[in-house]
Design a protein around this ligand. Structure first.
Ligand code: 5GP
Ligand code: ZN
Length: 132
């Protein structure tokens, strides 16, 4: 059983923002900021790594379209578009989704911070490792 499949099938109610044949967007129950929206495929994929290219491309297109609409119409100067992949990265619902989190100020509910560690990484080796 998957809670987002239930939402996609209308078994669990949601505040729907957008819908087409492939995907659905609805308000996150726990609004990090006003207008926090989730974009999901109607078909179940556990995460972005499991999802096919065509569906990912469609999700990206709809996410961009909605991010523009949300920031314009809710007067947000910017937004964060987030995807958490697997538990280690904070994924709690195992049905792929993008978060659109409109941003209103530095103290608006989302703390997103990069903290680079300063280990002397061998950058050339990293590129080689990534490409196998
Ligand atoms: P994740 O941590 O997996 O990236 O994000 C899952 C999100 O789904 C969370 O922000 C959580 O608030 C939201 N969520 C969980 N259950 C429900 C639900 O039943 N309805 C809605 N609208 N959002 C949910
Ligand atoms: Zn699902």
């Amino acid at each position: 059983m998957c809670i987002f499949c239930d939402i996609a099938e209308g078994k669990i109610p949601s505040y729907k923002v957008y819908e087409d044949d492939v995907c659905l967007a609805f308000l996150d129950l726990a609004q990090v900021t006003r207008g926090h929206t989730l974009v999901i495929p109607k078909k179940h994929f556990a995460n972005i790594l499991e999802c096919d290219d065509e569906t990912v491309a469609h999700l990206a297109k709809v996410t961009r379209m909605l991010a523009k609409k949300i920031t314009d119409n809710l007067q947000a100067p910017g937004c964060n578009i987030l995807n958490n992949t697997n538990e280690i990265a904070g994924q709690s619902v195992m049905h792929v989704h993008f978060h659109i989190i409109p941003r209103y100020g530095s103290d608006d509910g989302l703390i997103a911070e990069f903290r680079p560690n300063h280990e002397p990484y061998d950058m050339e080796q990293i590129v080689k490792d990534i490409n196998g």
